[in-house]
Design a protein around this ligand. Structure first.
Ligand code: COA
Length: 141
């Protein structure tokens, strides 16, 4: 896709809410959004100044890098922007590693998105050596 691409090291609160809402992952409380953006590595991909994609990394500084919220604006999908986001995320984690380090980068693929991530080297679970990834949702009344 033509255009001037630029990554910025932030995601605006309203942009995050809009992107998340657009993919139907459930709206979060404003305070949750403030905290999750403050406490993770956030990047926006701008095309000619307009945000067309976002991603976040939860990085423990040593071994674990969790890739989350990879989202491309619906109108701009299928033009390589998702690929740019994941490649940028991998380079971002590498830039934070010391020589000799081995780091585990992981994600939970949305339904049907496994093959999108496999092209970068992510391996689906379960496999011969590893069980399923697991998650649960907690609700405080
Ligand atoms: C998944 C998503 C980020 C892909 O973004 P995109 O900009 O459309 O992807 P790209 O154009 O960069 O595609 C790159 C490559 O992946 C392939 N690809 C794209 N979507 C795919 C999918 N759902 N499954 C398998 N392969 C896919 C493309 O064919 C392309 O292959 P190519 O390089 O051989 O042509 C985008 O569809 C999206 O935001 N979806 C909604 C949110 C979501 O589900 N995010 C993932 C959460 S785990």
């Amino acid at each position: 896709m033509m255009g001037n691409f630029e990554f910025i090291n932030t995601i605006e609160i309203e942009i995050y809410k809009k992107f998340r809402h657009s993919v139907g992952w459930g709206d979060l409380h404003h305070e949750q959004v403030e905290e999750l953006l403050k406490n993770s590595i956030c990047f926006s991909c701008l095309m000619d100044g307009k945000t067309v994609g976002i991603y976040r990394i939860l990085w423990d500084g040593g071994y674990t890098a969790y890739l989350a919220d990879v989202i491309v604006d619906e109108k701009f999908r299928g033009h390589g922007i998702g690929k740019k986001l994941v490649e940028h995320a991998i380079e971002e984690v590498k830039s934070r590693m010391q020589p000799g380090w081995k780091v585990k980068m992981l994600l939970l693929a949305a339904k049907g998105r496994e093959s999108f991530y496999e092209q970068f080297g992510f391996v689906s679970r379960p496999n011969d050596h590893e069980g399923c990834g697991m998650n649960m949702f907690l609700q405080k009344e």
